[in-house]
Design a protein around this ligand. Structure first.
Ligand code: SAM
Length: 279
């Protein structure tokens, strides 16, 4: 699995050049695109196409070639194979046949956007492209609403405006870093917010390749919102009953209720006494 540059040819690693020169065959997502890269580095290895539309059938052919003792390198149009690009099925099949799979690391738009985003890098999730199918997209957006890790998304320019609007609607205003055309001439890394970016791109036509890096939901805030929702949806007495009905001791139930509602045990005790006094 050989990574290739995402825009700047200087990001081709020495190892990638050597491996691509030494293997018997290069499985390329787009042979017409990759030939330019190979020519630039004077690599003369034969190529075969391996793309999204033939990924299963071709993975079988490539696995057979590997079983026959051939060395095959997998490359995509740009960046790291298998990351929003073909590669996954080939790797699975190769491993299932006991074939050794080796990463030859290099550029990946998601990782490079993340490290320059100014958003939290310790914990992050990569959601690739949001699904185009409405129901599926809504399900993903719903999951992202409560995501506390930094969120990394890919987006194509013609869908950027719509995606920013959807993200704003679903996640609310959040810190966002827009990473555009990384490693290229018009590289741009702009830390802004979902609200500002959505407004900006209503006026401006998006151009180039984009990675969106969005701040995750604040954990404390998430807990506070959940506690608020519990307080709004069920009375204290009914909440207590839910626990005591399971056989829980009153003291334990008060502790659990206090935690669910974001209150102290003392508050719960006092409020229960007040409620009882009123009835
Ligand atoms: N395998 C690639 C990788 O390792 O990053 C990703 C391939 S995916 C089909 C293409 C998407 O990656 C683009 O639509 C864009 O979201 C992102 N991307 C690729 N190159 C980029 C670049 N130079 N700057 C910003 N985003 C880029």
């Amino acid at each position: 699995m050989v990574a290739t540059p995402i825009g700047n040819l200087e990001d081709m690693t020495l190892r990638a050049v050597r491996i691509l020169s030494e293997v018997d065959l290069i499985a390329a997502e787009d042979t017409r695109g990759s030939i330019k890269l190979l020519n630039h580095f004077q690599i003369h290895t034969p190529m075969t196409s391996y793309h999204a539309y033939n990924k299963i059938a071709k993975a079988r052919t490539l696995t057979q070639a590997l079983l026959d003792g051939k060395n095959v390198a997998c490359v995509t149009d740009a960046g790291t194979p298998g990351i929003s690009d073909p590669g996954e099925e080939l790797v699975k099949m190769a491993l299932d046949h006991g074939i050794k799979v080796v990463p030859v690391p290099g550029a990946c738009a998601a990782v490079n956007a993340l490290i320059c985003s100014g958003q939290g890098t310790r914990r992050f999730c990569f959601e690739a492209f949001l699904p185009q199918e409405k129901k599926e997209r809504e399900a993903v957006l719903e999951e992202l609403r409560e995501e506390t890790r930094t969120i990394v998304l890919y987006e194509a320019p013609h869908r950027l405006k719509k995606t920013l609007d959807l993200l704003l609607e679903c996640l609310g205003d959040r810190s966002l870093t827009i990473c555009r055309e990384l490693t290229k001439k018009h590289e741009e890394i702009r830390k802004t917010t979902l609200f500002k970016a959505a407004a900006y791109y209503r006026e401006q036509e998006p151009r180039g390749e984009y990675v969106l890096v969005i701040a995750g939901q604040d954990r404390g805030e998430l807990i506070r919102k959940k506690q608020e929702a519990v307080r709004d949806s069920i009375s204290l007495a009914d909440h207590m009953k839910q626990y005591t009905d399971t056989g829980m001791e009153r003291k334990e139930a008060m502790k659990a209720v206090a935690k669910d509602r974001g209150l102290s045990k003392r508050d719960v005790y006092r409020m229960l006494l007040e409620e009882e006094a009123q009835t």
